[in-house]
Design a protein around this ligand. Structure first.
Ligand code: AMP
Length: 360
């Protein structure tokens, strides 16, 4: 099949890499021929790039929840776009996302939509402090967020949103941050990866451990029930990710993404079928692949800003380097390293060898 991807970043790049062995071909729409996926297929950068991509493709997907819903609606008249318009519409707005969690009885932090300073003052008095103010749309990697710790910060927090619609969320005292990736096929098959544990630094994911350790099977089951309910409610085809907080009172869902996710990159070498391949299988109407992890432990370390001592990675038997063809720039995701290990000791030893890639 010819698969079109709206966007040509590292997620599109890794989707294409996983799709070629299945005999698929790829096309991308983007801004420039120097984007990470540009050399992996037909790259449409012209003025009418969406039209060209639509003419090229049998099916289209996207790599960002910030994709314009109107564009997807238009494409859908000629070529199917997966995940559904509904998934995209809901997941690109934190308020709509939270409303769906509530409607489906999925626990999440208390929240209120903010459109004015008066809204914010009223929400703070109801939700209490500390609380987090987030832009309703287009926030990622911790951007567009303000933690309000005292009443004195309310005006500053409101001003920092620059007039954008926002959402105030109660602060969750979590023990760990987890995420769950699932995939739903056109034949309505559902598959789930194991819960993984994520560590962030300055709002950016730095380390994923897969599977997350010391997870009660009931907790895995609960997370799978939440995501299954969401997949079905949105009639979602492809990969869906939920980010969760593990608390003393169980799991709470933070947010979701209608796409392959940074916390699933470990699955390239760490699972029987990677998240990328399963997304491609789902949207191209192929049977889904097994999601079981192939090693007792996998880890994924993001390479951020600077490449660092990558020769060291290449010398390690159980480490795998993935670069995205990007130039160095502060806070930029340039690549990642996957580690596989069969004991905690082996994992710790590998992480120790790669500590230059992790924040102190
Ligand atoms: P987000 O963009 O919603 O994923 O938020 C980025 C990071 O901020 C999360 O990974 C958490 O570490 C933290 N965070 C977000 N929301 C909350 C919350 N309601 N309570 C506590 N920490 C949060």
């Amino acid at each position: 099949m010819k698969i079109g991807i709206l966007g040509a970043g590292q997620l599109g790049r890794m989707m294409a890499i996983s799709g070629y062995p299945l005999n698929h071909q790829f096309g991308f729409s983007g801004n420039s021929s120097s984007e990470p996926a540009a050399l992996l297929g037909h790259m449409f950068t012209q003025e009418n790039n969406i039209e060209y991509l639509t003419n090229f493709a049998d099916v289209i997907t996207y790599e960002s929840e910030n994709t314009d819903v109107e564009v997807v609606k238009k494409i859908n008249k000629n070529v199917r776009v997966y995940p559904s318009e509904k998934s995209l519409f809901i997941t690109q707005h934190r308020g709509r996302e939270k409303a769906l969690f509530e409607q489906l009885n999925i626990p999440c932090a208390p929240y209120q939509i903010i459109n004015s300073l008066a809204d914010l003052k009223q929400a703070v008095s109801k939700i209490g402090l500390p609380a987090i103010l987030k832009t309703a749309t287009e926030g990622y990697d911790g951007k567009g967020q303000f933690v309000i710790r005292s009443d004195a910060q309310i005006e500053e927090a409101f001003a920092s949103m620059n007039g954008a619609e926002s959402i105030l969320e109660g602060f969750v005292n979590f023990k760990r941050e987890l995420s769950l990736i699932a995939v739903r096929g056109l034949d309505n098959d559902h598959k789930y990866y194991p819960l993984v544990e994520n560590t962030h630094h300055q709002g950016i994911l730095r380390l994923t451990i897969a599977p997350a350790q010391a997870i009660d099977p009931e907790v895995q089951k609960t997370a799978e029930q939440y995501i299954q309910t969401l997949l079905d409610a949105m009639d979602h085809i492809g990969v869906l990710t939920i980010e969760l907080f593990e608390t003393d009172n169980g799991l709470m869902v933070n947010e979701m993404a209608p796409r392959v996710h940074n916390s699933g990159h470990w699955s390239i070498e760490g699972a029987n079928t990677s998240q990328f391949e399963n997304h491609i299988r789902a949207i191209s109407n192929m049977p889904l692949g097994d999601t079981t992890s192939t090693h007792a432990f996998s880890a994924m370390i993001n390479i951020i800003g600077k490449l660092g001592p990558i020769e060291r990675v290449l010398k390690m038997p159980n480490a795998h380097l993935h670069l995205y063809d990007k130039t160095e720039r502060a806070k930029r995701k340039l690549g990642h390293i996957n580690i596989t290990a069969n004991s905690q000791k082996a994992l710790d030893f590998s992480l120790q060898q790669l500590q230059d890639f992790l924040p102190q």
